[in-house]
Design a protein around this ligand. Structure first.
Ligand code: MLT
Length: 233
């Protein structure tokens, strides 16, 4: 069993994923939103690549969420802030989410045998799932606009660390780099991600609380999984 780390959407080779398990990470903020929404009782999350596609799902039991340039989309119910996905808002609702990078990374991983949704909030639970399944795993960092991003990288390092603590296994060099970065910065991850492009952008539009929220570790013991067109627990 081997862990391979993919730096960003641009590096996804869809054929390589066939028959493998994939963990998709977009810690700021799409996979943190999905995990929070499902923990708080949303029935399922559907990912749409385009805004027009998301709008087609609108009905009274569906909330449309997501962002463009990290801001709420006109006519949508929710933005891409995980803090908005409270129990009283999402309980019993279907969420349709469209985001710039995260939902695209999920949609580009469709050839995988299983697609798990990972973030800091559920890192340990995801690691446990990978160990239990005992298959080769690809960890996909969504990245930012196709490029590598430090925030997803350090989150991948945390999940790899959680796996290795339970079971030693082979990994590619990029996975090893993420593990080392996490080990060096695990006590102050915010100082590490301060250098990230997307961190700086979110701060510039006043979303510091979202960042603090997304970097809390192991708050939810659930692993959302994509199956038959939607993501559920
Ligand atoms: C994305 O999918 O690109 C992100 O989640 C962007 C964001 O922070 O809203």
């Amino acid at each position: 069993m081997k862990i391979n780390l993919i730096p960003s959407i641009e590096y996804i080779k869809e054929e390589e994923m066939e028959g493998k398990n994939v963990v998709v990470i977009d810690v700021l903020r799409a996979t943190s939103v999905i995990t929070t929404a499902l923990f708080n009782g949303a029935t399922e999350v559907i990912t749409a690549v385009e805004i027009e596609e998301a709008l087609k799902y609108k009905d009274e039991s569906t909330l449309l969420g997501g962002e463009r340039k990290a801001l709420k989309i006109d006519g949508f119910d929710l933005s891409n802030s995980p803090i908005e996905y409270k129990r009283e808002v999402v309980l019993g609702k279907r969420i349709v989410l469209t985001t710039t990078n995260g939902t695209k990374a999920i949609n580009k991983s469709m050839k995988a045998q299983k697609i798990f949704i990972g973030c800091m909030l559920n890192g340990k639970a995801v690691a446990k799932k990978i160990i239990e399944d005992n298959d080769d795993a690809f960890i996909v960092c969504a990245g930012t606009q196709g490029k590598f991003s430090l925030d997803d990288f350090i989150c991948a390092g945390k999940i790899i660390n959680d796996i290795i603590e339970e079971k030693d296994m082979n990994k590619d060099d990029f996975a090893t780099a993420a593990l080392l970065a996490y080990k060096d910065n695990m006590d102050d991850i915010i100082s590490y991600v301060k250098n990230a492009f997307h961190y700086k952008y979110l701060i510039s539009i006043g979303l510091e609380e979202d960042i603090k929220y997304c970097f809390r570790k192991d708050v939810f013991n659930i692993v959302p999984e994509y199956r038959d067109g939607s993501i559920r627990v």
